[in-house]
Each structure stands twice: as C-alpha cells, then as structure tokens.
Design a protein around this ligand. Structure first.
Ligand code: ADQ
Length: 478
C-alpha cells in the first residue's frame, strides 16, 4: 500500500470548500487519498523559519509557509514572474535579471524543502506544481528525500534558445532531472522538453523513452489539464434560468475572460474587434465585446504597460464606433463570480481566446462546457494556446494576424446552427477527455508507476545535511 499524497503549489486555498478547476481537482484527489497540501500563506510577513502553519485539517491537512515582503518581491514577482514567466511565454525582451532575485528564489526553495522534508515518508507521492518550485526536488533530494516526486508545469515549456536567457542556463535541466516525472500540458511542450535534453551532453535517452541524466532517470509526459465539466455546465444552465445577467448586454455578445497578462494577446484582440467593426455594414446587427480582465502582478512594469495600452485602444475604438445606445467594447477590470461567469459564457454568441502563448487556457474549455448544445456559441481559439492541440473544431486563428481574427468574428457570428452544433459537439468531446479529475488521476497513477529513487551513501539525513543522490531504473538489490 503506497503512502500519502503531498501536493505543493504556490497558491493554496484557504476556504473550507475551495473553488476553481485546479484547486478542486487537487482537493478531490487529496480527499480520496488523505495527505498534505503545502503552499504560501496568503498573508505575507509572518514567521519565515518557524515550521509550517496549519491552515486547515479535514480529510487532509493544509500547511503554509510564510513569505516575507522581500521574498515576495524577489522570489514571486522577481525571479518567478519577471524571469521564468517571460522565458516560458517567449517574451525574453521582458526578462528582468537581478542577482538578488535568483538568490532569493533558490533560498525560498531551499527553505521550503527543509520544512517539507520532515513530513515526507519514503512511500509518499509528492506532486509539485509550477515554475515557482523548479529547484524544489533537487533540494529535497539533497536532504535525503527518496519518495517519488512529480512536477507539473502549467505554463508552456520554454524554447531551447530562450533558456539561454537564464542567469545559469545549465541549472534548468538539472532541476528537472531531480524529479521522477515531469508533466507538461501538451505534446508540443513534451517535444520542447525532450529537445532540451537531446541538446544536453549530460542526458541520454533510454529505450523506454525515459531520460537518463547523470545517474538519474526521469519520465517526461503530457497531461492536458481540464475543468470539472459537468459542474460548470450545470452552473451555466442555472444562471440562464435565473435570467439576471443584465438585459442590456445585447444579442450579439462576444466574450473574452483573462487575467490581464501580456501573454493573453489582448491588444491584438481589441484591434481585431476594431477591424471587424470597421468592416461592418450599417445594416448589420450590432455586436459588443465584453472583456473581463482583472489586473494581476501590477508591481511588474510589463503588467502596468499592458493595462495602459489596452485602455487606450478600448477608449479609441469606443470613441470611433459607439452610439448613444451602443457601447461596442465593455471592459471590466475585476474578477467575476464563477457562476455568473458561467452564465455570461452561455449567453455569448462567441468567445475570443487569442493568447500569444498559453500552457492550456481553461477559459476555452469553460466556454464550450457552458454552451447550450442545441444552440451553442462559437469558440475562436489561438493556435498558440495549448487547448488548440485537441480542440481542433474551434475556429483556430493566428493571434498576430488582425485581419484573420476580424474575419473569424464575422464567420462565428454568421455561422449556421448546424455547423455550430457540429463544431461544439467535437469540442465538448475533447473537453470531456481532459476532465480535471481524469487529469489528476492520470498524473498520480503515472507517478506511482515510476521506479523508486535509491540514495548513494545510505538513508537520507532529514536534519539538513546535503547528500549525493541517484536513481536507478532497476529495483534495489539487497
Ligand atoms: P491562467 O494563466 O490563469 O492559468 P487560464 O487557464 O485561462 O489561465 O485560467 C484562468 C482561470 O481563471 C479560469 O478558470 C477563468 O475562469 C478564471 N478567470 C480568469 N479571469 C477571470 C475573471 N475576470 N473573473 C473570474 N474568473 C476569472 C495558468 C496557465 C494556463 C493553464 C492554467 C491551468 O497560464 O495556460 O491553462 O494555469 O493549468
């Protein structure tokens, strides 16, 4: 019988009943298996070296570590979101390299490893999420942790050339090699990761497709993330019944829902909607774009710049096209409650997902799940979103091509019902195949199947002494 599941993610829910796709999936997996969920405490400035604080205990336990203001600035806003995020999203022009950011990033990972190691048994499964914790397995191995450790990267795997932007580029492959399983969103990401190892003289490919790196062996697989399909569809139906969504939204609503992030391609989306408005004949029905985009990471300069740019474009287009009784672009800066969002998707004739780079994009899946199958809206989806790999019956667009996106909006709004139904049916089947519960089960099963790690130099030292580590593909011979 294998041990408990231990999940680590930067954000950790504080509510008794957490909501949101990933959070619900991890919560459900932990409820079944029992175990631990460790993440950063939502309040900054608490004790930083005083063990983990329990924030909830039920069928599993949630523990948090505190980040000081300086750690938040350097580890989270700095190295994670001003170096790793732009590198992974192909925006190396936005990388801001500060030596102290990298040092704090490594120090936080080392501290979290020390706090975490005391809670991990050899037969546990440790599942680490996202780019905030790339070196965490290496630090855990150094402390003697032998449990199977898996990693899931929610954002795109970087292109090989972009990795050269890192202050110490060779570290990236070494960090990953300390995991037993590296999970990525898409086949494209897996190909990029394998390309990185192929180009690295320290790596070798095993006959079963795993990668041998020095004396460790790791598996690299894609696990496309999804949403809780039935729950989201039920919320959308209930909202439609409630009929309280605001009557002045118009008939021809086009919706966009994103965190305000330069990777989401919002300026080009607005420009494309402007081009669509410019090409429209006076007798054509009026369409409105409802863009919901709450600002995030506003202390990072690139995020402030995108907000200013977007407000300028929206203002200009409304100035040019609005009439006394019609506002073509409505731009909402705050988060919308989940059930209301489901209802808004359902009453929108089209949804625009125009990311320039995106690990998956759950909005695309939520929009499809929320539709009335009998009279569905149309998804316009960037080829650069991970979701496009399997949702091939959406209208796929190049987010750099304004004219193509403007044409896609016209096509979507004029699409006959039979074609909308056929496309929706195919997209919904793809969304069901990657339901978030399936995603979590597949990852955990694959991690459990990984061969165990053996330590050179005897059992691990949990007191913090560094140990060399290795892992063999064959079972240990006594
Ligand atoms: P994100 O970049 O946050 O996630 P996305 O996958 O679209 O992008 O998820 C956003 C979630 O937040 C969706 O559930 C959406 O409904 C919600 N949301 C966004 N704006 C909102 C608003 N204004 N009000 C309410 N809810 C809002 C990262 C990666 C993605 C990857 C996910 C999951 O960047 O590529 O799909 O993780 O792995």
């Amino acid at each position: 019988m294998s041990g408990k599941l231990v999940v680590v993610s930067n954000r950790i829910p504080t509510d008794a009943a957490p909501s949101g796709g990933l959070v619900v999936a991890v919560h459900d997996a932990l409820e079944q298996s029992g175990g631990l969920w460790v993440g950063a405490h939502p309040e900054r400035g608490g004790p930083t070296d005083d063990g983990l604080t329990e924030i909830a205990r039920d069928s599993y336990t949630r523990l948090a570590f505190h980040l000081s203001e300086e750690e938040y600035d350097n580890y989270y806003l700095g190295f994670s979101n001003s170096v790793l995020w732009p590198i992974c999203h192909g925006r190396i022009d936005l990388v801001e390299i500060e030596r102290c950011h990298e040092a704090t990033y490594l120090a936080v990972n080392r501290r979290v490893a020390r706090l975490l190691a005391q809670h991990i048994e050899d037969d546990d499964l440790v599942w680490i999420h996202d780019y905030h914790f790339l070196p965490l397995a290496q630090e855990l191995r150094r402390l003697g942790v032998r449990a199977r450790i898996g990693f899931f990267l929610h954002i795109p795997f970087p292109q090989l050339s972009a990795l050269s932007t890192l202050p110490t580029p060779d570290d990236f492959a070494r960090w990953l090699a300390a995991f037993d399983l590296v999970g990525l969103q898409t086949r494209r990401d897996t190909a990029r990761c394998l390309e990185m190892f192929r180009a690295d003289p320290r790596a070798e490919f095993m006959p079963d497709g795993t990668v041998k790196f020095h004396d460790r062996v790791l598996a690299v697989r894609s696990f496309p993330i999804g949403i809780e399909v039935d729950g989201f569809a039920a919320a959308a139906r209930a909202q439609q019944d409630a009929a309280d969504l605001g009557s002045d939204l118009g008939d021809r609503l086009v919706i966009g829902v994103d965190r305000l992030d330069y990777s989401k391609g919002l300026p080009n989306r607005f420009r494309a909607f402007g081009a669509f408005l410019g090409a429209r004949a006076p007798e054509d029905p009026r369409a409105s774009l409802l863009q919901i985009a709450p600002p995030t990471r506003e202390r990072v300069a690139a995020y402030r710049a995108i907000r200013t740019e977007l407000e300028e474009i929206a203002g200009r287009l409304n100035g040019e096209f609005a009439t006394l009784d019609w506002t073509p672009i409505r731009y909402i800066h705050h988060a919308v409650e989940r059930d209301l969002l489901a209802g808004l998707y359902r009453r929108s004739a089209a949804c625009l997902v125009t990311s320039l780079a995106d690990g998956m994009n759950l909005v695309a899946k939520e929009y499809v799940a929320a539709q009335d199958p009998d009279d569905p809206g149309v998804l316009i989806l960037s080829r650069f979103a991970g979701a496009a790999e399997d949702m091939t019956d959406a209208i796929l667009v190049n987010p750099y091509d304004i004219t193509e996106m403007a044409d896609a909006i016209s096509t979507a709004l004029a699409m006959p019902r039979d074609e909308r139904r056929a496309r929706h049916e195919a997209c919904l089947a793809a969304v069901r195949d990657s339901d978030v519960a399936v995603w979590a089960d597949r990852f955990v099963a694959c991690l459990r199947a990984c061969p165990p790690t053996l330590m050179v130099g005897g059992p691990g030292d949990r007191a913090g002494n560094l140990l060399p580590y290795t892992k063999h593909a064959e079972p240990e011979i006594q």
